[in-house]
Design a protein around this ligand. Structure first.
Ligand code: ADP
Ligand code: MG
Ligand code: MG
Length: 876
């Protein structure tokens, strides 16, 4: 019989895949002898089984759950559903990777009218009993029956107004009892049935709800963003309650062993007295700083500090902990390696190396490459920032700078962002429903909530700038306006926020690019030390190339020559070339283009200082370049001595039904060899010129012929290239060397790579086209059906962003295996979007690529991912 349920005493931290992160760590803490309330974990496999069984908990699993409950009853002396001494539990989700705010927790499960009445009486603490009950109804209705939080919150607000009090804690036992009644009535109205009284029924409902929440839209989006497979499933933890809401000698808190925003070493966290569960993070009451706990609960605080040290030493990483104090006694409810900003991640990793807790390799492995993105994002321009005066201040909850137009709802954020607007989402407080909107915004500003509020935690996870808890804002969400510093702000007004200082500014403050220095530099240096794969960049202009080199690029893996043609003056000559009717005409136009191309290539060779530069010859269908405006057509006609009609006829003739599979790539060079000749001349002349100016640079241009499917295409085009290049080199009396290689972006090229490798000095996987051609759908139109594919679980990720290792990856592997034996000097890279995606980079390392090439801002990400792949391989 399979084992579906583990008591906390039976598990440990290594069982994360089976028990989920929360369950594994609860077990580990139990083993360490820390004060953890009793409980058990229902495995992730049970979750998978639940889905296999058609969203049902089968009898075997059910029996094991009830057996575990009986064990808990035995140890605690309490009984599930008992009136005198009831066992109350929490039901908590916990996947392998933590997914904050994604799943929901139910507290105080096991209560019903009878039990609560007895409890209120026997405990001498009716307020506590009724508080537990009303919370339970509220959470159960929301999480299990999806009634919606807001109805209950409205009832609470009404009650507070009626009693003339501001805070939940000021409500009396009577008030809470009345609320519980109202909640149950609300439940009955919405659901059409009475609130369940049988604890077993409650328990199964709650467990099912956790399993179900694995598949909710928010969770699916979060997983896609964070590379978490759907197949993992979530575990469920059932745990005896510790009560932080029994009075003023009770409380609940969350804390980090180091500052999750900056990484500074020292206890960081928040605490609320007489509170339960999510009260701290929900931002309903403003919590106190963790150090104030020292005065309130001196003994528990000393013990807590001890626990922090034990846990940090044990996990050798910054811990994020949740705990509750019941009548002065400490209970640990959760620990995990804390989420942190990219900045903090770097500092903590370096500090742990300096403190002798971690090796350099471990430090490199600790950093999520995707997080680096945020460090490369703009910061406020220092001078402009200095000149600006903040109009308000909140908590600097997630660093970075954001400037944009104010929006008030998550939906608006999404909509405006889709229109290309930069927005700052301003909310009273955020909730998990807001995730997509938060992602669309440049930054988030909230009125309520502390450093561990939902907005803060999620923003840090996303690496997005967030200022939380600016209580000075007088918010009117309904009418989409707020007042701050005496000024009224409306939707669409500009605002700037600083997620490091928490400062809020009226209007626009310009932002500037970030640089790699300090701890960032240290980690990157370690990464470079351990990686074996090179990282190049996709850059079309000297400016992009310079930026990429600053960010650590070791070459250009892809220069798209056509992007150079759009500049002033150039496009005219290029259009003349396209609209030529004879070779002579075309050559004349190309002669005008030549000096521009040469100048651009010189700039690239200069920027790369002798590092390799791969130049791809003209690739896109020509219709992309022809004029559409009448005046431009006239201009072109005049320049070529043609009539407007003649030009229009030529333009019409360029029309293709399927341009992505049409007259493009090497097919252009086959039709018009003079284009390839001109480009070759430009490359070789530029290379010779720069080489002469810098004899110590190892200039060796790599000419890349795109879209080859047949060896004969490559041979044909290569002949013109070689003839032209050799003639240029000879004429210049130079000893310049160069390479001619090809993109592998058509499945046929991969399938016949052993042939192609005879003619190619290098392969570069153009995985954008290769994905498109392998799947047979257009990368420009996939957006139309991708969402349906996600919903149907056909795709978990966009294959244009994350490499399809199974199919496209197989073609890549095959091409390498066929190509290398034929040409032992063959070097192989990738230059599709995937070159900057960490999991794809890891795959590229595994199949033996020499380099990945990505956009300049992804270069540090690729460097780190390549190092992690090398380290993982070494340790495997
Ligand atoms: P999340 O993953 O959203 O943090 P948790 O399962 O950790 O959800 O539960 C949220 C909060 O509920 C915890 O931080 C804790 O304060 C409270 N909680 C959960 N289980 C218990 C328990 N057994 N006793 C007391 N409080 C609990
Ligand atoms: Mg939560
Ligand atoms: Mg938690």
């Amino acid at each position: 019989m399979a084992k579906w349920v583990y008591m906390f005493t039976e598990g440990n931290a290594n069982m994360r895949n089976l028990l989920g992160g929360k369950g594994a760590n609860l077990a580990e803490m139990t083993n360490l002898g820390l004060p953890v309330p009793q409980g058990f974990t229902i495995t992730t496999e049970a979750c998978t089984q639940y889905y296999e069984d058609g969203r049902q908990i089968n009898d075997e699993i059910m029996a094991q759950i009830m057996e575990a409950i009986t064990k808990m009853e035995g140890v605690t002396g309490k009984k599930f559903g008992d009136k005198e001494n009831p066992l109350l539990v929490s039901v908590r989700s916990g996947a392998r990777a933590s997914m904050p705010g994604m799943m929901d927790t139910i507290l105080n499960l096991g209560l019903n009218e009878e039990v609560v009445n007895t409890l209120a009486e026997k405990s001498n603490n009716p307020r506590w009993a009724w508080d537990c009950y009303r919370r339970f109804i509220q959470m159960y209705s929301d999480v299990v029956m999806e009634v919606g939080k807001k109805y209950f919150e409205e009832l609470i607000d009404e009650m507070k107004t009626k009693r003339g009090v501001k805070q939940d804690v000021e409500l009396t036992a009577e008030d809470l009892k009345e609320l519980a009644e109202q909640f149950k009535a609300e439940y009955k109205e919405k659901i059409g049935a009475d609130f369940p009284t049988d604890p077993k029924e409650q328990l199964m409902g709650a467990i099912k709800a956790v399993f179900r929440s694995w598949d909710n839209p928010r969770a699916n989006v979060y997983r896609r963003d964070n590379d978490i497979p759907y197949s993992w499933g979530t575990a469920v933890n059932v745990q005896m309650m510790a009560f932080g809401n029994m009075g003023d000698d009770c409380g609940t808190g969350v804390a980090f062993t180091r500052d999750p925003a900056t990484g500074a070493n020292g206890l960081f966290g928040e605490f609320l007295t007489n509170a339960q569960g999510e009260d701290v993070v929900a931002g309903v009451r403003t919590p106190m700083h963790i150090t104030e706990m020292e005065q309130k609960f001196p003994e528990a605080f000393v013990q807590f500090k001890q626990v922090c040290k034990t846990l940090e030493d044990h996990y050798r990483d910054m811990q994020d902990m949740e705990f509750t104090v019941e009548h002065g006694k400490l209970y640990m409810l959760q620990t995990r390696n804390g989420k942190r900003t990219a900045q903090a991640a770097l500092k903590i990793a370096c500090d742990l190396v300096d403190e002798g807790m971690r090796t350099e390799e471990e430090a490199v492995a600790m950093i999520d490459p995707r997080n680096l993105d945020t460090l490369l994002h703009p910061q406020f321009d220092a001078a402009a920032l200095k000149a600006a005066t903040p109009m308000g201040k909140g908590l600097g909850a997630s660093p970075g700078a954001a400037c944009g137009k104010i929006v008030f709802t998550a939906d608006d954020a999404v909509e405006w962002a889709e229109r290309g607007e930069k927005v700052v989402l301003v909310r009273l407080e955020t909730s998990p429903e807001d995730i997509t909107g938060m992602k669309s915004a440049q930054g988030i500003l909230t009125v309520r909530g502390g450093m561990t509020s939902h907005a803060a935690v999620v923003a840090r996870g996303m690496g997005e700038c967030c200022v939380s808890g600016c209580g000075d804002i007088a918010m009117d969400e309904e009418n989409k306006k707020f007042t701050l510093a005496g000024k009224e702000f409306h939707e669409g007004d500009f605002i700037s926020i600083d997620g490091t200082t928490g400062n809020i500014y009226d209007g626009i403050i310009p932002t500037v690019d970030a640089t790699i220095a300090g701890e960032f530099g240290r980690i990157m240096a370690w990464a470079d030390k351990y990686r074996t794969m090179k990282v190049r960049t996709n850059a079309d202009t000297p400016a992009d190339a310079k930026k990429a080199v600053e960010l650590g690029a070791e070459g250009i893996g892809l220069c798209r020559t056509e992007h150079m043609f759009f500049g002033e003056g150039r496009i005219d000559a290029f259009r003349e070339m396209i609209c030529s009717t004879t070779v002579e005409e075309r050559e004349k136009a190309l002669a005008k283009v030549l000096p521009y191309q040469q100048e651009d290539f010189e700039g690239l060779f200069e920027a790369l200082e002798g590092n390799p530069v791969t130049i791809r010859f003209l690739d896109p269908p020509l219709h992309e370049f022809v004029p559409t405006e009448e005046a431009d057509i006239k201009k072109l006609a005049d320049a070529q001595g043609k009539t407007v009609e003649e030009i229009k006829t030529i333009i019409d003739s360029l029309h293709e039904f399927n341009p992505m599979m049409g007259h493009r790539g090497c097919r252009l060079a086959v039709t018009y060899p003079e284009i390839a000749k001109m480009q070759t001349t430009a490359v070789i002349r530029a290379a010779i010129k720069v080489k002469n100016a810098h004899p110590d640079w190892a200039i060796k241009p790599e000419i890349m012929i795109p879209l080859v499917g047949d060896i004969k295409e490559l041979k044909y085009v290569k002949k013109f290239v070689v003839e032209t290049a050799d003639a240029e080199i000879k004429a210049a009396g130079s000893d310049l060397q160069y390479e001619v290689g090809t993109m592998i972006e058509i499945p046929r090229a991969a399938l016949t790579a052993d042939e192609i490798a005879k003619e190619a000095d290098f392969f570069c996987f153009g995985t954008n086209d290769l994905t498109q051609m392998t799947y047979g759908f257009s990368r420009d139109d996939a957006g139309k059906f991708l969402n349906a594919y996600y919903d149907a679980k056909i795709f978990e990720n966009d294959p244009f962003a994350k490499l399809d290792q199974v199919g496209v990856g197989k073609l890549m592997k095959m091409a390498i295996e066929l190509g290398r034996p034929v040409n032992p000097n063959l070097h192989v890279g990738i230059c599709g979007e995937h070159g900057g995606d960490p999991s794809s980079v890891e795959f590229c390392h595994k199949i033996g690529l020499n380099y990945v090439s990505c956009s300049p801002f992804r270069v540090p990400i690729a460097r780190l991912a390549a190092a992690q792949a090398a380290i993982a391989e070494k340790n495997a």
